[in-house]
Design a protein around this ligand. Structure first.
Ligand code: CA
Length: 533
């Protein structure tokens, strides 16, 4: 692990030396100027505290909320402002309002970053912006603002949806509200407004970046949208579909309860993993443990089906059928796939971290999964319910593809998504990216980086990479992003890279990289990569 962290920090230092296109502010904050922010009356915001936090030597910082991964990061001194916008009491006495925390660093680089949330929000995360690189945007001089999304979790994480304004704040309103406030407060503190504003986040944070680019095209100059929760209810249906398929073939314990994890024995899982590797790893030109050509990976578990009785070297007919159902995506009674399934990627065994680590059953109940032991799923009924769900419509960011205003202002948006994400399928992001590209012809302002092996916003050993620096360089210097190095443990002197989603270019790049035999690129799957039909 220390080797990984060393790589990350070395990378951070290299980037810091070359990636800074704008002179750093020489303005130094003072405790008085920070404290003075507490008395401001801004946008109906009540500022509860504004105080200087002294510089800190390298300390443990949560680098990934989804996996709990930490890094050692030195932090600058900063003015930390916390407050709430539009506080009010609901009919049931619950206090609502859009909570925010803002960090204004001494070494300000002139930029503001909105730090995306996660899940259904409800938690005010420290504004360090350490995802996904583990480098902390605050440490790099960004002013950073975070929000709880308009409510504070109290037991039931979905209770806030019963409150109209809290639901609207979560769906979209919190993002522009706190971002505009952050710009105002930064201008007051530093004496000048941020020259560029960014959004970075994963899952719900990725969705928030997308919704800003789609609905508030004047708000950000650049967006990092990781594993975006762009159609949550559809994704949830796909996850249920997989779990029910596996429940149906799971054995029962002595207490009569289903044991989903035992639907595939450890040797069955290794067999499946080896078969996917044999079929698909080398398609990208390098047998390196990563499937970088998802589109070319035409794996069918039927190849493993026993010809006779079940043995350790084959899968039963029922196991094969369950895999086809789970990875193929939920089908309605007419046989139509109504939500994306999942590609076969070598992260499919997952590191069982977080609440959604693998498409294969982990035995760990998922936060939003079906009731334990569920054996039935009416896809017709569920999809009908989703299509009529106003909250699903309001939070859906998968449909709007016109980013004309955002792009014409010079806006750029970088997506990343784990190929082994068992919750929000990478196939949805590939599909959106293709529609986005088609809907904005002639504009080169977006990239999608598919992360091999990575689960939902982390895991797989491929979760640490710096995507913020290439975004800033593209927005501010016009430097078109290319492949991104993964800051991970290196094997056989090869360093893995995340390539751009362009097959022809991927092939050319693979050719070059074969030549130097030092790096492997990540060819991105094309539309034919959809395995859901
Ligand atoms: Ca490979």
């Amino acid at each position: 692990m220390s080797r990984i962290l060393t790589t990350v920090l070395a990378l951070a230092m290299a980037i810091g030396a070359t990636g800074q296109s704008v002179p750093r502010s020489t303005v130094l904050s003072s405790p008085d100027r920070c404290g003075a922010l507490a008395s401001l009356d801004e946008q109906d915001a009540e500022i509860a505290s504004a105080r200087m936090i002294p510089p800190a030597p390298p300390g443990t910082v949560l680098a990934n909320r989804f996996t709990g991964a930490t890094v050692q990061v030195p932090l600058p001194g900063y003015c930390r402002v916390q407050g709430i916008v539009d506080p009010r009491k609901a009919a049931d006495g619950t206090t609502y309002g859009i909570g925010f925390a803002l960090a204004l660093p001494d070494n300000w680089n002139g930029r503001l970053l909105y730090q995306g949330g996660s899940g259904f929000n409800g938690i005010l995360n420290e504004p360090l912006a350490a995802e996904p690189s583990g480098q902390s945007a605050l440490a790099r001089g960004f002013a950073v603002i975070s929000t709880d999304g308009g409510h504070q979790q109290r037991g039931n994480p979905l209770a806030f949806l019963d409150d109209q304004q809290a639901a609207l704040d979560f769906a979209f309103n919190a993002v522009p509200t706190v971002t505009r406030l952050g710009k105002e407060l930064a201008a007051r503190f530093y004496g000048r407004a941020p020259h560029h504003t960014y959004s970075a986040g994963c899952s719900t944070g990725g969705r928030e970046g997308m919704l800003a680019a789609e609905r508030y095209p004047l708000l950000f100059d650049g967006v990092v949208a990781g594993s975006p929760a762009m159609k949550v209810w559809h994704s949830q249906l796909a996850a249920w579909n997989a779990q029910v398929a596996f429940n149906r073939i799971a054995p029962k314990g002595a207490d009569g309860k289903l044991l989903p994890r035992e639907a595939f024995s450890p040797s069955d899982q290794r067999l499946l993993h080896a078969a996917v590797a044999a079929k698909c790893d080398a398609l990208d030109g390098l047998a390196d443990g990563f499937v970088n050509d998802l589109a070319g990976c035409r794996f069918d578990p039927g190849a493993l089906q026993c010809r006779g009785g079940k043995t350790a070297s084959c899968l039963s007919e029922e196991q094969v059928a369950a895999l086809r159902t789970a990875f193929g995506g939920p089908r309605d009674s007419q046989g139509n796939v109504v939500a994306s399934g999942f590609p076969y990627d070598l992260g499919l065994l997952g590191e069982h971290v977080g609440n959604a680590a693998s498409v294969l059953p982990s035995g760990v109940p998922t936060q939003f999964g079906p009731p334990p032991g569920a054996l039935d799923l009416s896809v017709d009924k569920e999809i009908e319910r989703i299509r009529g769900n106003p909250m699903a419509m309001l939070t859906d960011t998968s449909r709007w593809t016109d980013l004309g205003t955002f792009y014409r202002r010079g806006g750029k948006i970088l997506f990343y998504h784990g190929a082994s994400d068992p919750w929000f399928s990478v196939l949805d992001t590939i599909d959106y990216y293709e529609r986005l590209t088609a809907a904005n012809p002639g504009i080169d302002a977006s990239r999608l980086y598919v992360v091999p092996g990575m689960a939902h916003c982390g895991g797989g050993g491929t979760e640490l990479f710096d995507i913020l620096t290439p975004l800033v360089d593209w927005v501010e210097r016009g430097a078109v992003p290319e492949a991104i190095d993964l800051a991970q443990a290196q094997t056989n002197d090869r360093r893995h890279r995340l390539g751009r989603r362009d097959r022809a270019r991927g092939r050319r790049q693979r050719g070059r990289e074969h030549a130097d035999r030092c790096r492997s690129s990540s060819g991105m799957p094309g539309k034919e990569g959809s395995l859901t039909d």
